[in-house]
Design a binder for this molecule. Structure first.
Ligand code: S3P
Length: 448
């Protein structure tokens, strides 16, 4: 658990080639949405492959607090008896979303158009993150909210008793904001329109359609115009959650930089709103083959065969940022070990994730002997070439799972081992990271 337990110091060091099959867990974004849409449906939703990371477990608990019956039937197998659109009851206590921005923002959206009041909080990381990006659109539906300075948690949302449909253009590329507005629109009469200038992950739209909502996306001069007809009767579904490309990124990137490696990562989502990292890796010279392409749980997936590669720096265009937003920390690790410079542009959203990810990676990379440049929207890593990163530092993870995993991957090829002060946040998204990576042959250990 993140932010609730003792820190778990960890270390990684150079070892042999990585080999074998990496079965990464279910997609975090899709897991949250399956529980939430299950709770907003009539009848039973059966979920398989649910990510049992702390973020998703916190969303399951929240759905129970709003009146749904959420049951774990077996490993990754869950059922939800929903209460229907507009059927949420008022929670008796504060909703603690732990480390999860996705959890809190989507749940605020879906309770905002019901006549109930809920108070939200989270861990020290989540309490620093901006919620105004969600309270602004839900205010247009008629919801009121009051939180700490700067729109921070804890925050109370008073849902609109007579919600109005809304036409809203998201001011930043954010699937969480888009999804919060769409989920609020579910219980408003008429049509809610959400417009985004750049495409962000579209799992909410895909899944709403799958649960029976009338929803369409048109690409126009304004951007992607998503139109949702309010007050549908959503019906419980069977959801098979594909594996998470953002978790797959860690063994994939590790295999690319550890000499001699050759691994298979089966069933990874290739949704075009999520696969920017793989495009980038191929441009950097990665040897990845996308085998057996197919559809699983309404998402395109493929088996990834990944072999050690000589990588070179590239410029990653800003238009790609949304499709790989969670992958920049681990990309910057690869960039440090590549030849030449990697320029990541249009990455300002990284500053408001579980940590300021540009700052966290910049400080840790510098401590490991890598030279970087940064401004508000750009991150540049000057690669030292394969096997030349000195390492030997302890990097701070700032309650951020992806920062912890990224530095542990860097330690697999640095000259000296790399430590992280706290690996406990890894459990929010990838609870089997340590076992999976050591199973492939990686030298990763707890040091406390
Ligand atoms: C997510 C959207 C992204 C991403 C997060 C998951 C989602 O956040 O970083 O890990 O499931 O909608 P933003 O919407 O803030 O870009």
């Amino acid at each position: 658990m993140s932010g609730h337990g003792e820190p778990i110091p960890m270390m990684s060091r150079k070892g042999g080639a990585l080999t074998g099959v990496a079965q990464v867990p279910g997609d975090k974004s899709i897991s949250h949405r399956a529980l939430i849409l299950g709770a907003l449906s009539v009848g039973e939703t059966k979920i398989t492959g649910l990510l049992e990371g702390q973020d998703v477990l916190d969303t399951a608990k929240a759905m129970r607090a709003f009146g749904a019956t959420v049951t774990r039937e077996g490993e990754g197998a869950w059922t939800v008896q929903g209460v229907g659109v507009g059927g949420f009851k008022e929670p008796e206590d504060v909703i603690d979303c732990g480390n999860s921005g996705t959890g809190v923002r989507l749940i605020m959206g879906c309770m905002a158009t019901s006549p109930i009041t809920a108070t939200f909080t989270g861990d020290a990381s989540l309490r620093k993150r901006p919620m105004g990006r969600v309270t602004d659109p839900i205010a247009l539906f008629g919801a009121k909210s009051v939180g700490r300075e700067g729109g921070r948690l804890p925050m109370t949302v008073i849902g609109a008793a007579n919600p109005l449909p809304v036409r809203y253009t998201t001011p930043m590329a954010s699937a969480q904001v888009k999804s919060a507005a769409l989920l609020a629109g579910l219980n408003a009469p008429g049509q809610t329109v959400v417009i985004e200038k750049e495409a962000t992950r579209d799992h909410t739209e895909r899944m709403l359609r799958g649960f029976g909502a009338e929803i369409s996306t048109q690409k126009t001069d304004e951007g992607y115009v998503i139109t949702l007809t309010g007050q549908p009767e959503l019906k419980g579904q069977t959801v098979s959650v594909p594996r998470d490309p953002s978790s797959a990124a860690f063994p994939v990137c590790a295999a690319l930089i550890v000499p001699g490696s050759d691994i298979l990562v089966p069933g990874v989502s290739q949704n075009p709103t999520r696969n920017g990292l793989f495009t980038t890796l191929v441009e950097m010279g990665a040897d990845i083959t996308f085998e057996n392409p197919r559809e699983e749980g309404g998402e395109p997936v493929a088996d990834l065969r990944v072999r050690y590669s000589n990588l070179h720096g590239i410029e990653v265009p800003p238009a790609r940022a949304a499709s790989m937003i969670d992958e920049y920390p681990v990309l910057s690790v690869l960039a440090a070990n590549a030849t030449g410079t990697t320029v990541m542009k249009g990455v300002h959203e990284l500053r408001v994730k579980e940590s300021d990810r540009i700052d966290a990676m910049a400080r840790g990379l510098e401590a490991c002997g890598v030279s970087i440049e940064e401004d508000s929207d750009t991150f540049i890593v000057h690669g030292l070439g394969a096997g030349n990163v000195p390492g030997g530092a302890t990097c701070k993870t700032h309650i951020d799972h992806r920062i912890a995993m990224s530095f542990l991957i860097l330690g697999l090829i640095s000259k000296q081992p790399i430590s992280v002060d706290d690996g406990s946040p890894i459990a929010t998204s990838f609870p089997i990271f340590e076992d999976l990576m050591t199973g492939l042959g990686a030298q990763i250990e707890r040091t406390a």
